[in-house]
Design a protein around this ligand. Structure first.
Ligand SMILES: Cc1cc2nc3c(=O)[nH]c(=O)nc-3n(C[C@H](O)[C@H](O)[C@H](O)COP(=O)(O)OP(=O)(O)OC[C@H]3O[C@@H](n4cnc5c(N)ncnc54)[C@H](O)[C@@H]3O)c2cc1C
Length: 386
């Protein structure tokens, strides 16, 4: 099993003139504390989630932060309506695998733009929502409004003490350039013929088994990008591949695996419309549902709605949790039903840092959002069942 992760090899673009730059250049993987940035002018190149997640919240000691963004970017807040984390509220099995993509994109867009005009803030993204990775941050808009962060265009080249941007403007007096351009997935210990280092061209059945290997003896766990959490997917990939190794599940013939791989690639190409890097948005819930169906631990929703409607509603609308796949089948867990039905309490306990009792709070705006969110869900339910 290869579980070597996606974040060991930093991607460092080479900029003309970089060798003459007198300041310091760091990749975000070298970032540990904000102390080295105290009272300095910092330029950050790259604006996606792995950078903003770590950095923005800690940069306050810097004198001035500049953000270089080539195409603008979407910002997901951590907090949604009522104080819930946005993914807890919006990412559920229903929204991620039943509601049509265009509808969910519309709902998310209303949510992200509800009190922010991206043109005013100056980060209007060139690409549509879901077509690329995004930043996750709650304070960036106020930091931009207050001038603590200044957004600039893409970097064209370095100059002695700063950079020149693609729009022709220059920025001088930069002490540190922090490169937040992500990572390259590398598996240098495996022959390229077996596992290409280009994630877009890897032929991995269910993003796990190299389809052309004569025997299922090598599994890749979590060597992919997803539109949801990677850790829960890794768990199901590991469970599934162990069942393959043990002979409980037999992989289909090579051609069938290759067909499945191209079908998934085609879907991603159509959905995201970009030739490169589309594998970073693999639909996580759909994939775990597929893997767990094969293992016999995916709870059939249609059956569940008849036998245990309360549980079925939770499975469909509550946040997707790994214990959903411990309700039945191999390695099931007797506490899974309780865990699924009490998932909102568990989330609230996480937020409050202590055991909590759910309270029903309603306001005008939350009522509006409930209506907005339920509408696609209702349409989706009708599509799903009829
Ligand atoms: C800033 C940031 C935020 C993230 N936030 C989330 C999140 O909120 N939710 C989420 O699900 N995911 C998140 N991720 C992704 C997260 O990294 C993964 O979900 C998780 O760490 C993947 O676990 P893993 O075991 O596959 O890989 P890793 O945690 O990367 O572990 C891989 C291990 O393999 C080791 N290794 C690499 N090469 C070799 C080798 N040749 N020989 C031996 N050992 C090797 C590495 O040293 C490392 O210890 C985030 C990532 C970053 C960078």
């Amino acid at each position: 099993m290869i579980c070597s992760g996606n974040f060991s090899e930093p991607y460092l673009p080479a900029f003309p003139g970089q060798e003459d730059f007198t300041g310091e250049v760091l990749h975000t993987c070298q970032y540990r504390t904000s102390d080295p940035f105290k009272d300095k002018n910092i330029l950050v190149i790259g604006t996606k989630k792995q950078f903003t997640d770590q950095f923005i919240k800690k940069h306050l000691k810097a004198k001035q932060v500049y953000l270089s963004s080539r195409h603008g970017f979407w910002v997901y807040p951590r907090r949604a309506m009522g104080g819930w984390p946005y993914d807890v509220l919006l990412d559920n099995r229903f929204s991620m695998s039943v509601v049509p993509g265009w509808l969910i994109r519309w709902v998310y867009q209303q949510f992200l733009e509800r009190d922010i005009d991206y043109d005013v803030i100056g980060i209007k993204p060139a690409r549509k929502l879901f077509e690329e990775n995004f930043a996750v941050n709650d304070s960036i808009f106020s930091q931009i409004t207050c001038g603590k962060i200044k957004v600039r265009s893409g970097v064209k080249r370095f100059i002695r003490n700063g950079v020149e941007f693609e729009d022709g403007t220059k920025l001088e007096g930069i002490d540190v350039v922090l490169i937040g351009t992500g990572y390259i997935v590398k598996t240098p210990f495996i022959d390229d013929k077996i596992l290409s280092d280009d994630t877009n061209t890897r032929e991995l059945y269910k993003y796990v088994f190299p389809a052309r290997l004569p025997h299922a003896t090598l599994a890749c766990i979590g060597l992919m990008g997803t539109d949801s959490g990677l850790t829960p997917i890794g768990e199901q990939q590991a469970r599934w591949s162990l069942r393959v190794f043990k002979g409980h599940i037999t992989l289909p013939p090579t051609q069938k695996m290759l067909d499945d791989i191209s079908e998934k690639a085609q879907y991603l190409r159509e959905r995201y419309g970009r030739p490169k890097d589309f594998v970073s948005q693999i639909p996580g819930v759909a994939l775990t549902d597929e893997l767990t169906s094969e293992m016999g631990c995916y709870p059939s929703l249609k059956k569940l709605f008849v036998t245990d409607p309360k549980l079925a509603a939770k499975v469909l609308f509550a946040p997707v949790t790994p214990f959903t796949y411990r309700l039945l089948g191999p390695h099931s867990w007797s506490g899974a039903r309780d865990a699924v039905t009490n998932v909102w309490d568990a989330c609230m306990t996480g937020i409050q840092g202590k055991p909590s009792v759910m309270r029903q709070t309603k306001s005008k705006s939350s009522a509006l959002w409930i209506v907005m969110i339920s509408l696609p869900f209702i349409i989706g339910i009708l599509t799903f069942f009829f």
